[in-house]
Write a protein that binds this ligand. Structure first.
Ligand code: SF4
Ligand code: SF4
Length: 108
């Protein structure tokens, strides 16, 4: 196909891009977005803190943990090791900020 044919073919195709943020992408199952912490389920084992490769978790006491989302790499380790499913991942992926300091921590 020549260049003209390629151009005409592309004019008839639907765009591959979306008009984000007006059109949002559906995320796949098991997507790891923003963390949600259920303090009432926490048994204080500290496995999440010990296994976090980014040192993003500060354990204060059972049911009281801070997640520094500026450090978090969304690896999923804390949720995987938590024996009570006190940590889950939401579909929220809109976490971009212009500065690391503006990223809100998750605190219980
Ligand atoms: S998802 Fe990974 S980096 Fe983020 S808090 Fe959990 S263990 Fe740490
Ligand atoms: S791994 Fe789960 S139960 Fe253990 S301290 Fe962390 S959040 Fe609490």
């Amino acid at each position: 196909m020549g260049v003209i044919g390629e151009v005409l073919g592309n004019l008839l195709r639907k765009p591959f891009t979306r008009l984000y943020p007006f059109e949002k992408e559906d995320v796949p199952q098991r997507f790891r977005g923003n963390i949600k912490y259920f303090s009432d389920k926490c048994i204080g084992c500290r496995l999440c803190e010990k296994n976090c490769p980014a040192n993003a978790i500060t354990f204060h006491k059972k049911g009281c943990i801070d997640f520094d989302m500026g450090k978090c790499i969304y690896c999923g380790m804390c949720g995987d090791v938590c024996p009570t499913q006190a940590i889950v991942y939401t579909n929220d992926y809109e976490r971009a900020e212009t500065s690391k300091k503006k990223i809100k921590p998750i605190q219980s």
